[in-house]
Design a protein around this ligand. Structure first.
Ligand SMILES: Cc1ncc(COP(=O)(O)O)c(C=O)c1O
Length: 432
């Protein structure tokens, strides 16, 4: 067991003045949360000097690895020129042009700081443009922590209702009392349910929003025809299709999930990987849709929007991803696939019921007898306590993964890291 003495001291100190001792609920852990001293490439070192091989990567953003030289250089140079102008500058046009060149559905963009804001803006645009109230979201999908969408992410099954007709279950106390009234929650990967919903609420649905690869509940691929079906249904009903690409954007491919799966939404929200760890997000979509912001019908604002340091990081990251796409994406998926195959082999050796799925650059390890996880109910049926135990066992062996079983890859992860990781997986499986 690695020593965590300093982390425990810092946690005790933090608990005195920071509510719960952490700054985001996502950082809560069963015991002492991680306290990091520094990070570089695929590695982090905690305040007790323990080295971690990192598959969390800041919950996804560090696609080029921690402290990637291009990001450090761009940020350092920009800091000396000022960090907050609240005025226009050249870098933001450069980033916007780059996004429009990379992302199939992007003709115009607007910047924000975090993913939750970009999603919020996209849904406001959809309602503003269509004049309709209702939004369809899918159970198990996470779209940020703001009231209108914080429903049915990982709901208590006792409250969640029938799998085919899920209830909208609030994800927090204190949401605006009627925030969920115009939210319709449907099962992921169930096109028939979406079709039925469009007939039932004819002319009332402004948008369907989804994670095109569901990464907040495993790493669940859309079943063949699901995204295409959503596209067709939205088009024929005059509703907007919104992809939440906060995780998938610039991670699955240079053009995000829309390039990877070949389905183009009307609007998409980007964040995380677009700026190498600097906080920046974007709403990107078809020009006629984005023009509802351009002409002032739909309000969009933010003190830190297109903050120049974040834009400098985004410009550096996106130009790297765009210009080196052939040497970035195939190897990153490949390293992930090696890891996935090695985990499957280790599970067989130890006779453990393990399912590993995902495209490679992001994937999920489930403990389940099932050979397919298609939606939240399948995920909820997995052995989640044992998945949490696996996370702890790996962490004790210097491997940092997202506690619910998700793994993110970066361009800094190598075949040697894979070998080292599989050694730890083997030991952890032996204990499990
Ligand atoms: C798919 C998805 N959408 C939206 C968000 C919210 O982004 P942020 O935490 O930057 O507000 C997240 C965060 O993890 C996410 O995974």
């Amino acid at each position: 067991m690695p020593s965590r003495v300093r982390a425990e001291q810092l946690y005790a100190r933090a608990c005195r003045t920071i509510a719960g001792g952490v700054s985001s609920d996502a950082r809560r852990m069963a015991g002492t949360p991680l306290f990091i001293d520094r990070a570089a490439g695929a590695q982090m070192w905690d305040v007790d000097g323990n080295r971690l091989l990192d598959y969390v990567l800041g919950q996804g953003p560090n696609l080029l690895g921690h402290a990637a030289p291009v990001v450090v250089k761009a940020v350092t140079e920009q800091v000396a020129r000022g960090v907050a102008y609240s005025a226009q500058h050249e870098l933001e046009a450069e980033v916007a042009e780059r996004i429009c060149a990379m992302v199939p559905g992007a003709e115009k963009v607007r910047f924000n700081t975090v993913g939750s804001e970009a999603v919020h803006g996209a849904l406001r645009l959809a309602r503003g443009l269509t004049g309709r109230p209702k939004i369809v979201k899918f159970e198990g999908n996470y779209h940020g922590w703001l009231d209108p969408v914080l429903y049915s992410v990982h709901p208590d099954l006792a409250l969640a209702g029938e799998a085919a007709r899920p209830n909208a279950v609030p994800g927090s106390a204190g949401l605006t009392p009627h925030a969920g009234d115009d939210l319709i929650v449907l099962p992921y990967n169930d096109l028939a349910a979406v079709r039925a919903c469009f007939s039932r609420f004819d002319g009332q649905i402004a948008a369907v929003i989804c994670e095109p690869l569901l990464c907040n509940t495993g790493a669940i691929m859309p079943v063949p025809g699901f995204l295409e079906g959503l596209r067709d249904l939205c088009t024929s009903a005059g509703a907007l299709l919104v992809f939440d690409e906060i995780i998938t954007g610039f991670r699955l491919a240079a053009g995000g999930a829309q390039e990877f799966f070949g389905v183009t939404p009307d609007l998409a929200a980007f964040g995380k990987a677009m700026a190498g760890g600097m906080p920046v997000s974007a709403i990107a979509g078809r020009a006629p849709v984005m023009d509802a912001i351009a002409d002032g019908r739909v309000a969009h604002a933010g003190t830190f929007n297109s903050q120049p340091v974040a834009m400098a990081a985004a410009a550096a990251v996106l130009s790297t991803l765009d210009e080196q796409r052939d040497t970035i994406y195939p190897p990153m998926h490949q390293v992930g696939q090696w890891l996935m195959a090695g985990i499957r082999e280790a599970a067989e050796r130890h006779d453990l019921p393990v399912l590993v799925s995902g495209p490679g650059a992001v994937f999920q390890v489930y403990l389940t007898e099932s050979s397919d996880v298609r939606d939240y109910r399948d995920f909820a049926a997995c052995d989640r306590p044992r998945m949490a135990r696996l996370h702890e066992l790996l962490l004790d062996r210097g491997i940092n993964t997202v506690p619910r079983g998700l793994w993110f890859l970066s361009t800094a992860h190598t075949a040697a890291h894979v070998e080292e990781t599989l050694q730890a997986v083997d030991e952890a499986f032996a204990v499990l």
